[in-house]
Design a protein. Structure first.
Ligand code: CP3
Length: 363
């Protein structure tokens, strides 16, 4: 059996660039909007219905012919399953019942939610966590069965991005409260980040153990950190997630799942992000791809078409795609993607054309 192009690119076997899109499942697809309307559940609840999650996962593969599926889930799912009160407010993002800003609130969290057990075998809030964890594994298994040869990418939020939501309680532009906590109470920060690393590491590993053959760790908001704070107060916890993942094995192949590590505004810390144990770094649209490749010798890269270009005339898009593909050849492996998620207003036929272009260029 030949290795799927995505896994070949991630393991340093040079070949035509595979393509997928962050946020390829979701509101840009009419079939997704229909599915959500039919099911009538809020976002996080919909993620926990295996048939719904599997269907939303497979939709973009059917439509666009992308080289990978990404699990329909959310970085907030492991928090919800661990007992944190969180909802996704449409048009806003994750909103928590209350922020976790004080030593007391964080102690309370680590003592009462999730217990000391692993996510797949939970003590503490065992019932919710157990059922939810089973639902995620079942969604993975259903999707993998339908996908056949196309690999499924599992994903999770990195500890900092989760902690940023937990300390702020809702989306924030510069994550001031989270940065303040890291600086002013290192003990509380360590407790919170350690907890986040554990729940999200178990979430990611459980997707691999259920059949996902690659993984992406989203540290979407690391761009608000200085390199020194990243290295001292964030990277050690991301490394724990990467180590947890490295111990997980994909069923059937018995291999470990290679790790893609992505953040936005991450140019100053790309090498540090790679060093936590990633096989590939995701490059955002603001970063020059050729420069990024030089920062991470020996690693594959993923990216980095500006999502804004999806609104541009086709000749502009085509030129940008060809330029990215040509640049990507300097890396040991290149996965074509956007520099961040698909905007919900995107015309999905544009994405299909980009997939065709990337595939034609690789022939
Ligand atoms: O196709 C895919 O990429 C798979 C699914 C996926 C979702 N969320 C589904 C989703 C992935 C990979 C995520 C990750 C995620 N979730 C991140 C990291 C990626 C990034 O964008 O940097 C973050 C920060 C979140 C938190 C979150 N969830 C936000 C900010 C939002 C948007 C809220 C809004 O309405 O604008 C969500 C909701 C969400 N997650 C949607 C989808 C498809 C949209 C909600 C809906 O369809 O009702």
């Amino acid at each position: 059996m030949t290795m799927p192009p995505l896994l070949a690119a991630l393991t340093g076997r040079r070949g035509p660039a595979p393509v997928w899109f962050m946020r390829q499942a979701g509101r840009s697809l009419p079939e997704y909007r229909q599915l959500r309307a039919r099911v009538g559940l809020p976002m996080l609840e919909a993620c926990l219905v295996p048939e719904v999650a599997a269907e939303a996962t497979v939709q973009p593969v059917r439509r666009h012919g992308v080289d990978a599926a990404v699990l329909f889930s959310d970085i907030m799912i492991p928090l919800r399953l661990a007992g944190v009160g969180v909802e996704i407010e449409p048009g806003v993002g994750p909103v928590l019942d209350h922020p976790y800003r004080t030593r007391q609130a964080i102690d309370e969290l680590t003592r009462h939610s999730y217990g000391s057990g692993s996510w797949t075998d939970a003590a503490g809030n065992a019932r919710d966590c157990g059922e939810g964890a089973r639902a995620v594994r079942q969604a993975v298994a259903l999707a993998v069965r339908e996908l056949g040869e196309t690999p499924l990418i599992g994903f999770a939020g990195a500890p900092f991005t989760l902690a940023a939501y937990m300390v702020e309680g809702r989306p924030s532009r510069d994550h001031l409260a989270a940065r303040a906590l890291a600086a002013s109470d290192p003990g509380a920060w360590d407790e919170l980040m350690g907890w986040c690393a554990r729940v999200t590491g178990d979430f990611l590993a459980s997707q691999v153990e259920a059949g996902a053959s690659a993984a992406q760790l989203f540290d979407s908001w690391v761009g608000s950190l200085s390199p020194r704070v990243y290295r001292d107060s964030v990277a050690p916890y991301s490394r724990r997630v990467a180590s947890r993942l490295a111990r997980a094995r994909v069923p059937v192949t018995g291999r470990r799942a290679p790790l893609i590590h992505f953040g936005t505004g991450s140019a100053p810390i790309l090498a540090d992000m790679a060093a936590v144990g990633a096989d590939c770094v995701g490059v955002d649209w603001k970063t020059d791809l050729a420069w990024a490749i030089e920062q991470v010798p020996g690693k594959a890269v993923q990216g980095n078409l500006d999502p804004a270009l999806l609104q541009a005339p086709w000749d502009v898009i085509e030129q940008a795609v060809r330029h990215i593909l040509a640049t990507g050849r300097a890396a040991p492996g290149h996965i074509f993607n956007l520099g961040h998620g698909v905007p919900p207003t995107t015309d999905p036929t544009v994405l299909t054309h980009i997939v065709e272009l990337v595939h034609d260029a690789g022939r």
